[in-house]
Write a protein that binds this ligand. Structure first.
Ligand SMILES: [Cu+2]
Length: 118
C-alpha cells in the first residue's frame, strides 16, 4: 500500500510538471500571435481532439464529440459549434477524426481551424 501511494504522488508530480512545460512551451511559440488576439492565452495554441458527428451546411454549424479544450477550460463532450469560415465545412464529414481549435467570439464558441487527426 505504501508503494501505491508513492506511485500516485509521483504520477501527480509528473503530470503537473509536464503540463507546466506544455504551457510555457505553447506560450513561447504563440508570442507573436498573441499580440493580435484579444482573448489570447498561452493555451490558445493547443488543438483539441474531436470526431465530427454532424455537419450542417444550412446553419453553418458543426457537431463535434470533442476531448478537453484547454483554452476554453472545457471538458470532453459532444456539442455544436459555429465555424469561422463556412468553407471549413466542405472539407469534413460525419465520422472524421480531427484536431481543431475553438475560441470564444461574441459569446459563441467558434471553430477557427480544423485539420485531420493523424
Ligand atoms: Cu464542449
Amino acid at each position: 500500500m505504501k508503494n501505491l501511494k508513492t506511485l500516485l504522488i509521483l504520477t501527480a508530480m509528473l503530470a503537473s510538471a509536464s503540463s507546466t512545460f506544455a504551457a510555457s512551451h505553447a506560450g513561447a511559440s504563440m508570442a507573436t500571435d498573441n499580440a493580435k488576439k484579444e482573448s489570447a492565452t498561452a493555451a490558445a495554441a493547443d488543438m483539441a481532439d474531436g470526431e465530427i458527428r454532424k455537419v450542417d451546411m444550412a446553419t453553418k454549424k458543426i457537431t463535434i464529440k470533442h476531448g478537453e479544450i484547454k483554452n476554453l477550460d472545457m471538458p470532453g463532450m459532444t456539442m455544436v459549434f459555429q465555424v469561422k469560415d463556412p468553407a471549413m465545412l466542405d472539407k469534413v464529414k460525419a465520422g472524421d477524426k480531427i484536431r481543431f481549435k475553438a475560441e470564444k467570439s461574441n459569446g459563441a464558441i467558434v471553430v477557427t481551424e480544423i485539420e485531420p487527426a493523424k
